[in-house]
Design a protein around this ligand. Structure first.
Ligand code: FAD
Length: 316
C-alpha cells in the first residue's frame, strides 16, 4: 500500500459538488441548471432522445440517469431492478458540537442499536440505524424517548436539547439493488440509479464518481468525433459491474452477518463474525478494508485529451 496516501481527507458532499461544477465550468459546452427536476424521458422511435423537465424537453445524443436510488429515469426507461434487500433505514439529524483538533467520527454498536457520528466540525451529523419499516414505531414512542435512547448509546452528544421535534430528524430510506441492464439506446444509468448502495462502508459516492469517470473515458472521445454512443454504453456497465458486485456483496454480508443480528438482539454480548475478530486481533489486516474503501476495487482514472491543457484545470 502506498504510504503517500495514508490519510483520509473529508470533503462534505455539497463542497465536492461545487468543486465538480466549477471544474466542469472550464468547458465551454457545459451548462448547469439548478432546480430542474427531470420528470420523464423523451422518446424518438424507441430511442431515448432526451429528458423532460417539467413541460420542457431537453434533447441530447446521450442522456445519463444519475438521479440516485429513487431514480425516476430508470423507472421511466423500464429497466429491471434486482433488489438485494436492505434491512435498515436511518434517522439523520444534527447535534451541535465544539470543534476538536482531531476528527472524532465514530460508529457506536450496542445490542438492538447502531449509530454513526460524523464529525463535521461544529456539529455532529448523526445516523441512527433501525430495522426497515420501524420508523413509525420509533416516532410513536415520542421525541423524549428517542433522545434518551440516543443519549444512552452516544453520551458524547449530551442531552440533545437541540433536537426538539421530529421535523429535525429526517428519515433516509436505505436500498441495495442494481439494474439488470444499465443502458438502452440513448440512455445510460450510473451511480445509485444503476446500483443503489447502502451506507455501509461509506463507499457509494466513491463508486458513483468512478462510474462517471468510466463513462467519460469510454464515451467522451468517440462522441467528440461524432460517433454513435449506443454501441459503447454496455461497455461502461461491463467495466464497472465487477466492482459494484464485489462492494455490494460486502455490504450484503455486513448487513446479514453484523447489522441485522445486532439490531435484532435484545441485551447480551454480541459475538462478532470471524472476519471482525481477525481485524481486531491483527491490526495490519485493517489495511485491506481501508484500501478497498479508500481506493475502491478496479479504481478508475480520468483519461482525457484535455489533460493539462485548460488554464486552472486539474484532473483527478
Ligand atoms: C443514510 C445513507 C448514508 C450514506 N452515507 C454514505 C457515506 O457516508 N459515504 C458514501 O460514500 N456513501 C454513502 N451513502 C451512499 C451514497 O449516498 C450513494 O451511494 C451516493 O450518494 C450515490 O451517488 P449518486 O450521485 O448516484 O446519487 P445521489 O447522491 O443520490 O444524487 C442524485 C442526485 O439527483 C438528484 N435528483 C433525484 N431525482 C431527480 C430528478 N427527478 N431530477 C433531477 N435531479 C434529481 C438528487 O437531488 C441528487 O442531487 C449513504 C446512503 C444512505 C442511504
Amino acid at each position: 500500500f502506498d504510504r503517500r496516501w495514508n490519510f483520509i481527507a473529508m470533503m462534505p458532499q455539497w463542497e465536492f459538488l461545487d468543486f465538480v461544477a466549477e471544474e466542469a465550468g472550464h468547458y465551454p459546452g457545459f451548462r448547469l441548471e439548478r432546480n430542474a427536476e427531470a420528470t420523464g424521458l423523451v422518446l424518438d422511435g424507441g430511442r431515448v432522445a432526451g429528458i423532460e423537465v417539467g413541460g420542457r424537453e431537453i434533447r441530447a445524443r446521450l442522456s445519463i440517469a444519475a438521479d440516485g436510488r429513487g431514480s425516476i429515469l430508470r423507472e421511466a426507461a423500464g429497466f429491471k431492478v434486482r433488489d438485494l434487500g436492505a434491512p435498515i433505514d436511518v434517522f439523520w439529524f444534527r447535534v451541535p458540537k465544539t470543534r476538536t483538533p482531531e476528527n472524532e467520527t465514530t460508529g457506536l454498536f450496542a445490542s438492538g442499536r447502531i449509530m454513526a457520528l460524523i464529525d463535521r466540525g461544529d456539529y455532529w451529523q448523526c445516523a441512527y440505524v433501525f430495522p426497515k419499516g420501524a420508523a413509525e414505531a420509533v416516532r410513536e414512542r415520542g421525541i423524549d424517548a428517542f433522545r434518551a435512547e440516543v443519549f444512552g448509546l452516544a453520551p458524547q452528544l449530551g442531552d440533545l436539547a437541540s433536537v426538539t421535534g421530529w421535523d429535525q430528524v429526517k428519515l433516509l430510506s436505505v436500498s441495495l439493488d442494481r439494474l439488470e441492464s444499465w443502458s438502452r439506446p440513448g440512455l445510460l444509468a450510473i451511480g445509485d440509479a444503476a446500483h443503489a448502495m447502502s451506507p455501509i462502508g461509506g463507499v457509494g459516492i466513491n463508486l458513483a464518481v468512478q462510474d462517471a469517470v468510466a463513462a467519460a473515458n469510454a464515451l467522451a472521445g468517440p462522441m467528440a468525433r461524432g460517433e454513435d454512443p449506443d454501441p459503447l454504453l454496455p461497455r461502461v456497465e461491463k467495466r464497472r459491474l465487477p466492482a459494484v458486485r464485489l462492494i455490494q456483496g460486502f455490504q450484503k454480508a455486513a448487513q446479514d452477518r453484523i447489522i441485522t443480528p445486532l439490531l435484532l438482539r435484545q441485551g447480551g454480548a454480541f459475538d462478532p463474525p470471524l472476519a471482525l475478530k481477525l481485524l481486531n486481533r491483527f491490526p495490519i489486516l485493517r489495511r485491506i478494508p481501508a484500501a478497498l474503501i479508500g481506493f475502491g476495487y478496479k479504481a478508475e482514472h480520468v483519461r482525457s485529451p484535455e489533460q493539462g491543457r485548460l488554464p486552472g484545470h486539474r484532473l483527478l
